[in-house]
Design a protein around this ligand. Structure first.
Ligand SMILES: *[C@@H]1O[C@H](CO)[C@@H](O)[C@H](O)[C@H]1NC(C)=O
Ligand SMILES: *[C@@H]1O[C@H](CO)[C@@H](O)[C@H](O)[C@H]1NC(C)=O
Ligand SMILES: *[C@@H]1O[C@H](CO)[C@@H](O)[C@H](O)[C@H]1NC(C)=O
Length: 465
């Protein structure tokens, strides 16, 4: 062994002379050379990515990565008579209990009232360029935006952003299984050029009032609508979660339109691959291929499947991912050649911890890379800032930077659920990577930074496509 090693070394040293090269030695040298080349190119690539990231963070992104801290105190218990206290000792409350208690004394911290609403009809000076996660958010007519569980599509034809979501401007009631819900009204759509001021484009897919057997009858459930544009057919295609009031149908629905502002024609619903499908999303890749991701098997795992070319159905190919991890509310995005996904746990309307996942191939395997939330407080990190993710929007012209869109659900009055939009940045080593590639972690960290108030990097609109 030792002898052969020594000999190889000599041979490599003698490479330039060329005279003593034996055939196997040349093959070994070539292998060594290629390995070195691979190593240096990996190193170089990482350096390059890091360099870009640092440049960005030093200029436009510095502001986004400075997080704010929160110190929300649980209020002292209300006074009760000593006899009442003796009869029924008070349960210890947590910040999540306070959040879920519509009569909490600190309700305004999570759901600030209309006085602090973001209102584009009023001149608020510099504040009109900022996002205020959790505040009421009004459209260009001064009416609260109704686009819950939504997603945004950039339309290449009109060069506008369209935000689609559940229109929930009706009273909340308690369904048979004790879950707060609203009747289906339909899918709301808002348009914007700057991602800041949103014009109401109306309800682009409406509930069925009369036909009780129709999927969109108001007594059923329509959640998490997402729209993508199909270049080949020139159609806008909407996918959504369709269910009955008891969540036993567990299906996806598909609708289609010639225009981003609808009206969308409802086509059908199905259980993809014959499996339950509840929380879901669709993702369109750079190459025009689109995918459906859905929570299945009682929400214990996610399934991912390519869509057909027209985006109107799933293909028979399906992969199970994050098996046994009980994740929902998937939001997919891509940076470089890597796919990322943010998911939530399954705790109904109550907030829980988000996780980021990464994959080299969209069909998996997917690996969990950690909790992406930074700032606020420990409780903010453990509750995704008291919200649940719904979509991740890439910021055109700023590789590695995204807007994380989440819903701060208000089960006491679902139409008053708030939007929590925060900057998401991909870069730096992940928290939980187990695999190393030549000493470099395989995955980048995904970070979502907490801000009470933040704005897109100045000049962002100039950087757009
Ligand atoms: C707006 O921002 C500029 C620069 O940061 C500042 O000088 C000005 O006072 C601000 N105006 C208002 C109304 O806050
Ligand atoms: C009601 O909806 C079902 C399912 O979509 C459909 O088959 C039926 O034709 C509809 N009935 C009417 C009266 O429109
Ligand atoms: C839902 O469950 C309730 C009570 O368990 C039942 O009365 C009702 O018929 C169910 N509805 C559907 C649509 O399955």
């Amino acid at each position: 062994m030792r002898m052969r090693n020594k000999q190889r070394k000599t041979t490599i040293l003698g490479w330039n002379a060329g005279s003593r090269c034996s055939m196997p030695a040349m093959v070994w040298s070539l292998v060594g050379f290629l390995l070195l080349l691979h190593f240096y190119s990996t190193l170089h690539k990482t350096d390059k990515a890091e360099e870009t990231r640092l440049q960005m963070s030093h200029h436009s992104f510095q502001e986004l990565q400075v997080v704010e801290e929160e110190n929300i105190q649980i209020p002292p218990p209300r006074r009760r008579s000593p006899r009442a206290a003796k009869r029924r000792p008070r349960k210890k409350t947590t910040l999540i209990d306070e959040f879920l208690d519509e009569n909490s004394q600190i309700r305004h911290v999570f759901f600030p009232d209309h006085r602090s609403a973001i209102d584009p009809t009023k001149d608020t000076g510099n504040d009109s360029f900022y996002y205020f996660p959790g505040r009421m958010w009004l459209d260009t007519e001064g009416i609260p935006i109704q686009a819950h569980g939504g997603g945004i599509m950039f339309d290449p034809l009109s060069r506008m952003y369209y935000w689609y979501g559940e229109y929930q401007d009706v009273p909340t009631f308690i369904a048979p299984k004790g879950l707060a819900r609203v009747d289906i009204i339909g899918v709301g759509c808002y348009s914007s050029k700057d991602l800041q001021t949103w014009k109401n484009e109306g309800i682009v897919l409406a509930a069925e009032e009369a036909n009780e057997t129709h999927d969109l009858h108001k007594s059923n459930v329509l959640e998490r609508p997402k729209v993508i544009y199909n270049e080949k057919t020139g159609k806008y295609v909407m996918w959504m979660h369709i269910d009955d009031a008891n969540y036993t149908k567990a299906a996806v629905g598909v609708a289609i339109s010639d225009y981003p502002t609808g009206p969308f024609d409802y086509i059908y619903s199905k259980q993809p691959h014959g499996f339950e499908s509840r929380d879901m999303t669709i993702f369109k890749d750079d190459d025009g291929m689109a995918y459906l991701v859905y929570s299945s098997e009682d929400n214990s795992e996610l399934h991912i499947a390519p869509l057909t070319e027209d985006y109107l159905d799933v293909t028979p190919v399906m992969k199970r991912i994050l098996v046994g991890q009980h994740r929902e509310a998937p939001a997919l995005f891509k940076h470089g050649e890597t796919y990322y996904m943010i998911t939530s746990g399954c705790t109904g309307w109550a907030p829980n911890e988000a996780l980021a996942h990464a994959a080299e191939s969209i069909m998996g395997p997917w690996e969990t890379v950690g909790n992406p939330c930074i700032g606020g407080s420990k409780m903010f990190k453990l509750t995704t800032f008291f919200a649940q993710g719904t979509f991740v929007l890439p910021l055109a012209g700023l590789p590695g930077s995204f807007i994380f869109m989440a819903d701060r659900w208000n089960p006491a009055d679902l139409r008053d659920s708030r939007y929590v939009w925060l900057p998401l940045i991909v870069g730096g080593p992940a928290d939980w990577p187990l695999e190393y590639n030549f000493g470099f972690p395989s995955w980048s960290r995904v970070s979502i930074y907490w801000h009470r108030k933040w704005r897109l990097p100045s000049g962002w609109s100039d950087m757009k496509r």
